[in-house]
Design a protein around this ligand. Structure first.
Ligand code: NDP
Length: 330
């Protein structure tokens, strides 16, 4: 099997040379194990945290060992009662072409008329994150005005669509021109953040939604958060999902200067980690799955071809190249 590993914990933006493609011969299958040929790999921003060598809510990647991440694939050999050859499955042994795992950590793909890679994006961890952040953390209500940052990404693009179907004004912040255009097509008011300081962005948000926001779904931090704080309604809720603009920082960034807006607007800001909410996945799938299958919810994918392109796929997350979910096809 071929797999990627890293040999160091980088400071700042990880260099391409950090990622090493290695080969290992897999042993015979043990009792209760399955062998899977991966067809799609996910790359996600949280993986940057696992490259920092510090324990956060997940352990750091082990240097020299295969990297991990969500993947879907096909069972090619099985010594586990629950799986047979040909089954389509999802698991966490990504960044490699062939995975060998205990059957208990492998799950069959849900039975829905959608592509298999949708279970890495709109109906996978990123989709579940959008749904949970809105419904369980920000307590989204009918008619709420909602602001989402990184709105053309995997999490953000579902968050804006779910919010829009609840009737209020929805504004999405994004950078890449094709993302802004897609948001437009989805009926979302799109605001570009690139080349703007917090004051300018704040004025543009005000123009897009003069009444202000009941909910801010935070994926970015920095100037986006500062601009969002200036546009809160009384009683606003902020779901702090991610702070991607900070993940490659070498020194701490001076935070928004206007955190007092939380106080003035009696707003609530709450962080969340999606794994704490995973027991609700069936509920999410029941609600959102059929809407994706019917084509009512759109999802986009940006695909890099071949295992050897996995590092490029990951690094592009920080350049804004991906629209919707960033994936690697094997
Ligand atoms: P995306 O698909 O949104 O990809 C990242 C996008 O972020 C890029 O395409 C880029 O789009 C934007 N971006 C990158 N750098 C910056 C920057 N400096 N300033 C503003 N925008 C930037 O990734 P995901 O949907 O997978 O993740 C979105 C967020 O959700 C991340 O912060 C992630 O860490 C978080 N997350 C949190 C989880 C949790 O449990 N709390 C679970 C899953 C994700 P653009 O063209 O707009 O610049």
């Amino acid at each position: 099997a071929n797999f990627f590993t890293i040999h160091d914990y980088p400071q700042g933006t990880p260099p391409r040379e950090l990622f090493e493609l290695r080969h290992a011969t897999l042993p015979e299958l043990n009792e209760d194990e399955v062998r899977i040929r991966n067809t799609w790999l996910s790359v996600d921003p949280y993986m940057r945290g696992r490259m920092s060598g510090v324990q956060t809510y997940v352990a750091p990647f082990e240097l020299g060992a295969p990297l991990e991440g969500a993947a879907v694939g096909e069972v090619i050999e099985s010594r586990h009662a629950r799986f047979k050859v040909g089954d389509r499955v999802r698991h966490m042994a990504g960044w490699r072409d062939v995975a060998q795992l205990k059957g208990e950590v492998v799950e069959p793909l849900p039975d829905l008329e959608v592509s298999e890679q949708a279970f890495l994006g709109v109906l996978g961890m990123p989709g579940m994150t959008a749904w949970t952040g809105l419904n369980r953390i920000a307590n989204l209500r009918e008619g709420d005005n909602v602001l989402v940052s990184a709105a053309g990404g995997a999490v953000g693009s579902l968050a804006v669509q779910l919010a829009k179907s609840r009737g209020g004004t929805v504004v999405g912040i994004a950078g890449a021109p094709d993302k802004l255009e897609w948001l437009d097509q989805l009926g979302i008011r799109a605001v570009n953040y690139r080349g703007k300081d917090a004051l300018r962005l704040s004025a543009d948000l005000k123009a897009a939604c003069p009444d202000g926001f009941d909910v801010y779904f935070e994926n970015v931090g920095g100037a986006c958060l500062e601009a969002a704080l200036n546009n809160l309604k009384v009683g606003a809720r902020i779901a702090v999902c991610g702070l991607i603009s900070r993940y490659n920082d070498e020194t701490p960034d001076p935070g928004p200067s206007n955190l007092a807006m939380l106080l003035i607007q009696r707003a609530r800001m709450q962080g969340f980690i999606i794994f704490d909410h995973w027991t609700e996945y069936p509920h999410f799938l029941e609600e959102v799955g059929p809407r994706v299958a019917r084509g009512e919810i759109e999802y986009e994918e940006t695909v890099e071809e071949g295992l050897e392109r996995a590092p490029e796929a990951f690094l592009k997350l920080f350049e804004g190249v991906n629209r919707g979910k960033m994936l690697v096809r094997l």
